[in-house]
Design a binder for this molecule. Structure first.
Ligand SMILES: C[S@@+](CC[C@H](N)C(=O)[O-])C[C@H]1O[C@@H](n2cnc3c(N)ncnc32)[C@H](O)[C@@H]1O
Length: 275
């Protein structure tokens, strides 16, 4: 009996998947544990799962509609080291804490093509979540287009940015320095920048130890899930509040008017008629 196909297909993921994989094969040690944010169709995680044999992957997405597709891509590529997908909204004040994959910190968190197809708030939320769930020395790896102050904007990225904003005013290609600023606030340091085809970048952020991160005066420690809740509260010197202390910190990060204003200004600056 032929089951109906639940396979979703992204031509972009098909084009860039092997190039990202080649970079991961150079960058990553022989084994580890990875979380994918915004897995979409599942093509990336299926490819990585099948070709990075020492790694286990936890796919996730805000939208559960494509979970059958993720499972089917994994079955098709024989990626046995990929766990069942789970629902994860980067904006949620806490990410899933249940399931074996989340019981320990991850070595890698991978996120492709989400930052520009989601509201800006997803960027600080991704950084905060990565800082909570990555082991010290672990890496957040992002892939997608970015705008860079020092480099002219590629015409294809400029028109892509305009088309994104027409579809949803809260979307748009992000400025690299603003993304990096959000990472540094939570102790993630941009350690590598790789140019990829079609004006995309693959970025590697490393989670610093608390001692190294404290070199940044703006840095605020994000609660570490390896600690029990009472330990965390004692360290923060806060009165226990229900259910978590974390929402307080989320407010601190999201109420940063200079950064948010700057983001909006830069959006206007992008608009002049270049073509
Ligand atoms: C353009 S797709 C990218 C899919 C895949 N990573 C790729 O590169 O082909 C963007 C994905 O981001 C997900 N997404 C959007 N907002 C999100 C959020 N707040 N939390 C988690 N995922 C989100 C969407 O559901 C969608 O699957």
């Amino acid at each position: 009996m032929n089951l109906p196909s639940t396979l979703s297909h992204s031509p972009a993921a098909e084009r860039n998947g092997h190039l990202i994989l080649a970079r991961l094969q150079q960058l990553l040690p022989a084994q580890g544990r990875a979380l994918e944010i915004a897995s979409g169709t599942g093509q990336h995680v299926a490819l990585f799962g099948a070709n990075l044999p020492g790694w286990t992957w936890q796919p996730s997405d805000l939208n559960a509609d494509d979970f059958p597709s993720i499972r089917q891509w994994c079955a098709q590529t024989g990626a046995t080291q990929v766990r069942p997908p789970c629902q994860l909204d980067v904006l949620a004040p806490s990410w899933p804490m249940v399931g074996e994959a989340f019981e320990r910190l991850f070595d890698v968190i991978f996120c492709a093509n989400m930052l520009h197809i989601a509201p800006w708030a997803c960027c600080p939320a991704l950084m905060q979540g990565a800082a909570r769930h990555l082991a010290v020395g672990g890496r957040l790896i992002t892939y997608g287009p970015y705008l860079e102050r020092e480099r002219p904007i590629a015409p294809s990225n400029l028109s892509f940015d305009c088309s994104l904003r027409e579809r949803d005013a809260s979307w748009g290609i992000r400025h690299l320095h603003e993304v990096v600023a959000q990472a540094e606030l939570v102790g993630l340091r941009l350690s590598s920048r790789f140019e990829m085809p079609a004006n995309n970048l693959l970025l590697v952020f490393e989670r610093l130890s608390a001692v190294r991160a404290a070199g940044n005066p703006q840095w605020r420690q994000v609660p570490d899930f390896n600690e029990s809740r009472p330990e965390r509260i004692a360290k923060q010197g806060a009165t226990p509040v229900s259910p978590w202390v974390r929402p307080k910190m989320t407010r601190y990060f999201s109420e940063r008017p200079p950064l948010i204003l700057h983001q909006r200004e830069s959006v206007r600056l992008l608009r002049p008629v270049h073509f």
